[in-house]
Design a protein around this ligand. Sequence first.
Ligand code: CAP
Ligand code: MG
Length: 445
Amino acid sequence: MVQVRDLNQQSEGPTNGYKHKLFYNNMQKSPYLQLNTNPFLKSHLIANYYIESKFGLSKAAAEVAAESSIGTWTKLSTLSKKTQKKLGPKIFKLDYKNKVAHIAYPLDLFERGNITQLLSGLAGNVFSMKVIKNLRLLDIEFPQKYLNAFSGPAYGIEGVRRILIIDQRPIIGSIIKPKLGLTARQHAKLAYDIWMNGIDLVKDDENLTNMRFNLFRDRVKYVLDLKRKAETKTGQKKMHVFNVTGPADVMLERAKLVKRSGGRVVMIDLVACGLDNVDFLRRQNLGLILHGHRAGHSMFTKNSRHGMTMLLLAKLARLTGIDQLHTGTVVGKMEGTEQTVKKINQSMVEDWFGVNNQSDDWSDIKPVLPIASGGLHPGLVPDLVKILGHNIVINFGGGLHGHTDGSIAGARACRQAVDAVEKGIDLKNYAKNHPELKKALEYWS
Ligand code: CAP
Ligand code: MG
């Protein structure tokens, strides 16, 4: 008989037979358990963790609080009572029903402007501890002094819309497909063709950088030449998003090349590159729009009981300076429920967060433009806009270049779908006089 493994057991404690005991085996012994105390908002960062452990929420939270800050698995002769009092975290609320611990960490535990150090503590060793079965960092609330160390987006929603001169309607984007395989000239020609047929923004895909068959330098030159031509011919502003993902020095060099050549937008794969590299690029103040691609985020956001939320990743991307960010579609090919995506998009424009019934003031940090991307085609536009609203980029890849009559027809069909929705006309009706849309609806019905 085939043995069926219980997947739930996989992350339960030690898998190698070596168990580890709780350090704070009696809740009274943890100096960090300070229930019902004031969350000290101005002087503390507050993290909310979902915790599963066979030892129960309070004991497990004590271990998480210690390991993520100043503690370890045993008593330390080097840790004075004074330091413990000054820098020790405080578990001020335990929500047993939802298995959530609310922990306040003194601001001095964190280096201002160092997002990597923040993650090394709050999203670090704690995820490996044998005494924890599942752990999810749900959200972090930041005091003003911590927020002030970051610049946030240089442009944000308003800036992007101002450059494109598009006030209200969704911005229509397209990812050049195939992801890899076209030459720089083919890529540029395709961008031109779809700009000429209703598309506002064209972008590199996440794994397209400097390829032997499509050199970054060539792509920048050919694309921007044709962008200028498309702008002159259409009288409209167009954007191209160049993917500069790579080592920091290379990324910077490529971003500078885009800037020198007259480009306005660069993309960074922020999970692969790390948020610190986003911050690094932002601090260069190159006057470029930063487009955040989140490829790989599901490694730690997908399991609702473990990892970190996309909401928090999106907030950190906003803090470090991303202007426009992939946040999900609900209706397309990627995971993301309506509730989750809406909450993320809301957090991208929010000025005030009330994570722990306190308010986190983000009013100096510009709002981020959400990008809906992944598995979209013209037929999905009405539902997409109904769910997520008009203040988004709608990105079509396969749903444009997969049109049976080619990319030009695909671009027209995508534009027609957005136009119909903006005019409040049913797609099927609109398709009667718009053959490209009609074909798209038939093909992807
Ligand atoms: C979409 C896409 C985007 C994903 C990213 C892709 O192509 O180019 O990278 O949308 O996902 O490679 O899959 P299609 P998300 O339009 O052909 O699906 O926006 O959810 O981060
Ligand atoms: Mg892609």
